[in-house]
Design a protein around this ligand. Structure first.
Ligand code: GAL
Length: 667
């Protein structure tokens, strides 16, 4: 397998838009900017297959040789992301259909139905042709399959999808009775006798069957994964030693990241934090999530050098922001930083999206200068490549739960998985507690604290695993509306939260969701903290209360509880607490359960720096990032080498938006 030896640094490169002179100029500029990696041919289909019977590789041959001569590693896309007009004209039935029965037309991108046999067949043939031509090219270091699956098309309601859904269901459930049981079809007389009676969750009079909707989400993720597998298999016929990946989208709802990652050699994702936010936690969280999919280094495959063009108002990254956020990704396990895109397009839908090379002169461009400075700076950090992030605790993350939690007809439609996760993540970041995300099927061993946040839907197997984990001395935290239903969206009977009530030592009799504008207060540790969105009537069954509600008929009843179960502790938070309260709770749990942070072995943790640890075979890399507006001082427990300022240090002052990486020999 091609081995990564340097931090990949580069961009999506779309030279089909440019003359040979411009492309040659690009090679000079790439060298100047420290670029060593580009992704090409992502939207190249019509260039290499201008009609059904012609493959023309003249341009790509020339380009690939040129990149190779210039020592730029090639992330070669198979080019299937945007089917050509001639194909759509010949087979309009390959286009996706909206819920209202309209077929989409050519003129944008990602215009294919996820089950279309036509698209799959032509994508396979194109993949084969590209792989046959280039699998032995010495410049190729990565296969880039398709692009951002389901970014635009995450639903299709065409007749072919309906038939495929029926087949998928039959494969999953084997008998129609099993489907009827899983889907609770005795409710509203929905019982099926034949597979072909089943629709997609199309237009219906009112609430659709929840498990039908849930299975549709699973189906869409699986159908896109099938396309990925078809493309990958076609390439594998000709290529055996080049890693495979597709670019994921971080906190993107429609692709089950854990399932997909098992089909990839490397996880990569496209990160587009909003420059108007100084601490874009969803993207910070996504770095941890994407790394966690394979528990190994990942790549940032795209980020904007400055502004994007697809928000209502597209803020530019401020001086130093792109660099700081790039280090944020490296600090959390990335081994590469790529941009969209290398050269800003003159025409087309993305001409106002920033690029490394702007419309004007690159040498008078702040963006180009900052990108070039980073590219050259990263050259001295190749030693971190391959080093593993070491996390303090684990948070359970499950795409299927995300889908189930956000289905309609719930006690409170305003409970959003990512919103809750973000709040939790922000509170943990305030304490410098670092996290891995784990899928419910993974082992909990090795993590002193496991948090299952708004894990509404989970299997009995997971419930048992949590019990065993806590009984053996682990610490567990969960919150409201967790452990409520099984994988078929059926409630665990006998009192909420069915799955966790024993380990938590509580039952919840009744939910009391709050209107969005309402803020109430929770009494916790002699202080009053604001809470929102959710309250509930909790009965103690062995747990002790740590905090109480203060309003209405829940006044003085438990809001936060703690339960000793076997050798461990299980905590429960029955509301959405303001960040300061959540941070206080997490801090208490940490000291109560006598937990420690990995970074504490290297420094006195009393600054507001963001600190993470990556571990290589012989060295530890301590990343220190200053996201605050003040200088921060830090003292180390032993002398280390500061890699960016190239000196030995025992203490340091780090200015706002600045970064340092300290290398320690492994003790
Ligand atoms: C990504 C996509 C790129 C480009 C970029 C703009 O979603 O993969 O091709 O469109 O967004 O931000």
């Amino acid at each position: 397998m091609v081995d990564q030896k340097q931090i990949y640094y580069g961009a999506d490169y779309n030279p089909e838009q440019w003359s040979q002179e411009t492309i040659k100029e690009d090679m000079r500029l790439m060298r100047e900017a420290g670029v060593n990696y580009v992704s090409i041919n992502i939207f190249g289909w019509v260039n290499i297959q201008p009609n059904e019977s012609t493959f023309d590789f003249t341009f790509l041959d020339w380009l690939m040789d040129l990149l190779y001569e210039n020592n730029i590693a090639i992330d070669l896309a198979n080019g299937t992301a945007s089917p050509p007009a001639w194909l759509v004209k010949k087979y309009p039935e390959m286009m996706p259909m909206t819920i209202h029965g309209n077929r989409l037309v050519h003129g944008s991108r990602q215009h294919y139905c996820p089950t279309s046999p036509i698209y799959r067949d032509y994508a396979r043939r194109l993949s084969e042709a590209v792989a046959k031509r280039y699998s032995q090219h010495p410049g190729v270091v990565m296969w880039h399959i398709n692009n951002e699956y389901t970014c635009h098309i995450h639903e299709c309601y065409c007749p072919n999808c309906r038939a495929s859904f029926q087949n998928w269901l039959e494969k999953k459930y084997q008998t129609i009775e099993a489907l009827n049981t899983a889907w609770s079809t005795k409710f509203w007389s929905q019982t099926y006798q034949e597979w072909d009676e089943i629709f997609l969750p199309e237009e219906m009079p009112t609430f659709k069957n929840p498990c039908q909707q849930l299975d549709y989400r699973r189906f869409i993720s699986d159908m896109n994964l099938e396309i990925y597998q078809i493309e990958k298999k076609a390439i594998q016929t000709f290529s055996s030693n080049i890693p495979f990946m597709t670019n994921l989208m971080g906190l993107h709802k429609y692709v089950d990241g854990f399932k997909w990652a098992s089909e990839m050699d490397v996880v990569s994702w496209n990160a587009y934090p909003n420059p108007f936010e100084s601490l874009p936690y969803p993207q910070f969280l996504a770095n941890d999530l994407m790394r966690s999919l394979k528990k190994k280094p990942f790549l940032i495959m795209e980020q904007a050098p400055s502004a994007v063009n697809w928000r209502q108002v597209n803020g530019a990254k401020k001086p130093g922001q792109m660099r700081l956020w790039s280090y944020e990704a490296l600090a959390h396990g990335s081994d590469g930083m790529m941009f969209f895109q290398w050269r800003q397009s003159q025409g087309g839908a993305e001409k106002f999206h920033s690029a490394i090379v702007p419309h004007g002169d690159p040498h008078t461009s702040r963006t180009f200068r900052e990108c070039a400075a980073l590219g050259n700076e990263l050259k001295q950090l190749n030693g971190i490549v391959g080093s593993r992030f070491v996390a303090d605790i684990a948070i359970v993350f499950d795409w299927e739960n995300w889908w189930a939690l956000e289905l309609d007809a719930k006690p409170n439609a305003n409970i959003r998985y990512i919103h809750q996760m973000r709040a939790l993540y922000a509170a943990l970041r305030a304490l410098n507690i670092t996290v891995d995300f784990i899928h419910p099927s993974e082992s909990l061993d090795g993590y002193p604290l496991v948090i299952a946040y708004n894990l509404y839907s989970a299997s009995e197997e997971f419930g048992n695993k949590v019990k065993e984990f806590v009984a053996n001395g682990g610490t567990f935290l969960t919150n409201f509306f967790s452990g409520i239903v099984n994988e078929n969206d059926q409630v665990y009977l006998g009192g909420y939260p069915g799955l966790f009530k024993e380990v938590l030592g509580i039952t919840v009799e009744e939910f009391q969701p709050l209107k969005p504008e309402i803020q109430q207060q929770v009494h916790f540790k002699n202080k009053f903290y604001e809470n929102r969105r959710w309250e509930e009537l909790i009965h103690l069954q062995g747990a002790t209360p740590l905090a109480t509600f203060t309003s209405d008929f829940l006044k003085d009843s438990p809001a936060i509880t703690k339960h000793r179960f076997g050798k461990g502790l299980a905590y429960y938070l029955g509301t959405e607490l303001e960040q300061e309260g959540l941070t206080d709770l997490l801090n208490d749990i940490f000291s109560d359960a006598k937990l420690t942070k990995v970074a504490e072995s290297y420094l006195q943790d009393n600054s507001e720096l963001s600190v993470t640890v990556r571990q290589g075979p012989t060295h530890i890399f301590l990343f220190l990032l200053n996201h605050t507006n003040d200088s921060q001082q830090v003292q180390f427990l032993s002398e280390g080498t500061a890699l960016l300022s190239k000196r030995k240090v025992c203490e340091l002052t780090i200015a706002p938006m600045e970064v340092e990486i300290i290398k320690f020999a492994k003790g």
